[in-house]
Design a protein around this ligand. Structure first.
Ligand SMILES: [Zn+2]
Ligand SMILES: [Zn+2]
Length: 95
């Protein structure tokens, strides 16, 4: 399911709280995404219900110059974020 096939740089897919991991509340549809992964046991609660971990992981791009990071909220087809005049690298993604 999670293969570390990044184009460049390191792929952070180890540990429980993976960067970009998405959780959804089955009651109201609220969604969360991990923007800083840790090793704790993440159990987000919404509407008195434990949120469901979803399969998709939001792609995160990182700038190799200034270390800025972007998270994709809604994907497109030709996404190509630029920072510091350079193409940003993919840090995490689903496939
Ligand atoms: Zn909710
Ligand atoms: Zn930059």
């Amino acid at each position: 399911m999670i293969s570390g096939k990044a184009m460049a740089g390191k792929t952070v897919v180890k540990g429980r709280n993976i960067l970009g991991r998405v959780y959804r509340c089955p009651v109201c549809g609220a969604e969360l995404s991990v923007i800083k992964g840790g090793s704790g046991e993440l159990k987000p609660i919404c509407c008195n219900t434990e949120m469901i971990m979803l399969e998709p992981i939001n792609t995160v791009y990182v700038c190799s110059v200034c270390r800025s990071e972007l998270m994709v909220i809604k994907n497109g087809e030709n996404l190509e974020p630029i920072c510091c005049n350079k193409k940003m690298k993919i840090k995490t993604r689903l496939y």
